[in-house]
Design a protein around this ligand. Structure first.
Ligand SMILES: O=C(O)[C@@H](CO)OP(=O)(O)O
Ligand SMILES: [Mg+2]
Length: 425
């Protein structure tokens, strides 16, 4: 038996940043290495995401407990993986997928499977004496992602009058990751002052961006442009704006019809939203737009990409759910030109790497992402450098579970020294 063989897997229920239960897995190897990994959880989830197994027992956390998923780690997954070499990520993930036997990890739970998958990767890296980003990405892994900082929240992540879920500041013109992070953290602080001066609330949403009751969605962009300028940066040159509409959350049929219910702007079709986006992209320094339309609006998405895909990055999240089956269809149908990438949407490290690779091989971009429910696990930061796709979203500068990733990236940048790369495209 190799020293790096899996000796034991434990799992406990911990709480995420929304106070909901999630899975933390501890992997112990024969060599004595013991590490843990914690699984994030989304709110604006796609219909076809891998299944997050919840207990459904109303007497515990309103049914949201994850004791069954934890039991699956210890009683079903651990016996199957014991003795396997932790460095065999592919074989380990494949074994769990087969053990689960469903299309969407509904039996064992994607939360159980991903927790093990991440913990095993970490344990293998520690055993090899390598940093996780190097272990997963090889010796060439040295590109830091541009931190797309979500500074204004709406939609299902906030309790306000903004329909679009995320407005991000993107410091693509900064000379390095740490400088980029400084640019957008400063912009975040300036935005707070602007909101205060206008009498708006500075309470924050799930991902730590401000969640004021604005007069319109467009006002969010105007305020961010003002914050960029007042921080001493040039909009469009130093910092641009990225939007995640999370349009599924305000679609009435998940296809071509929408109701911008939070702002009261009312009903719109895909064509209306495309026209609005065209107007905004012409007027404001927008560099990326995620989920401009709903998860089953393949036609609208392709139209959107035809109109705007040569000007901005068009990202599919709910529509692709980090699943190569849907990304492949998107590539064939020119649905977008990028995919959001979330480990827990598909449920294993190997399948997430496959999704990133598929994007890169077809000239698409891969936008790595946290979830709105997070823990202080910084796996995602290392994973972003390992994948080297150049951009990541991890929320704002006001919450520790978001900063855990940004701060880990600062550490990686310091380790890499002059070898660190930083560029948008
Ligand atoms: O829609 C998104 O992109 C994510 C992360 O920002 O939100 P959630 O985790 O709620 O799906
Ligand atoms: Mg999204």
């Amino acid at each position: 038996m190799a020293a790096t063989s899996i000796k034991d897997l434990q799992a406990i229920e911990v709480l995420d940043s929304r106070g909901n239960p999630t899975v933390r897995v501890f992997a112990t190897l024969e060599n004595g290495v013991r590490v843990s990994a914690s699984v994030p959880s989304g709110a604006s989830t796609g219909e076809y995401e891998a299944v997050e197994l919840r207990d459904g027992d109303p007497t515990r956390y309103g049914g949201k407990g994850v004791l069954k998923a934890c039991a699956n780690v210890m009683e079903v997954i651990a016996p199957a993986l014991r003795g396997m070499d932790a460095r065999e990520q592919l074989a380990i993930d494949r074994t769990m997928i087969e053990l689960d036997g469903t299309e969407n990890k509904a039996r064992l739970g994607a939360n159980a499977i991903l927790g093990v998958s991440m913990a095993v990767a970490k344990a293998a890296a520690v055993s090899e004496g390598e940093e996780l980003y190097r272990y997963l990405g090889g010796s060439e892994a040295r590109r830091l992602p541009v931190p797309c900082m979500n500074i204004l929240n709406g939609g299902e992540h906030a309790d306000n009058s903004v329909d679009f879920q995320e407005f991000m500041a993107v410091p693509h013109g900064a000379p390095s990751f740490s400088e980029g992070l400084r640019y957008v953290a400063e912009t975040f602080h300036t935005l707070k002052k602007i909101l205060e001066a206008k009498g708006y609330s500075t309470a924050v949403g799930d991902e730590g961006g401000f969640a004021p009751n604005l007069g319109s969605n467009e006002e969010a962009i105007e305020l961010i442009v003002e914050a960029i300028e007042k921080s001493g940066y040039k909009p469009g040159i130093d910092i641009s704006i990225a939007i995640d509409s999370a349009a599924t959350s305000f679609s009435t049929d998940k296809k071509g019809h929408y109701n911008l219910k939070w702002s009261g702007a009312g009903e719109m079709t895909s064509d209306d939203l495309i026209a609005l986006a065209k107007e905004w992209v012409a007027k404001y320094p927008i560099i990326l737009w995620e989920d401009p339309l709903a998860e089953e609006d393949w036609e609208g998405f392709a139209k959107f990409t035809k109109e705007l895909g040569d000007k901005i990055e068009v990202v599919g999240d709910d529509i692709f759910v980090t699943n190569t089956k849907f990304i492949r269809r998107g590539i064939e149908e020119h649905t977008a030109n990028a995919s959001l990438i979330k480990l827990n949407q598909i449920g294993s490290v190997t399948e997430t790497v496959d999704a990133v690779r598929l994007c890169i091989e077809h000239g698409w971009r891969a936008f790595l992402s946290h979830r709105s429910g997070e823990t202080c696990d910084s796996f995602l930061a290392d994973f972003a450098v390992a994948m080297g796709t150049g951009h990541l979203k991890s929320g704002s500068a006001s919450r520790s579970e978001r900063l855990a990733k940004y701060n880990r990236l600062l550490e990686i940048e310091a380790q890499l020294g002059p070898d660190a790369l930083y560029y948008w495209k």
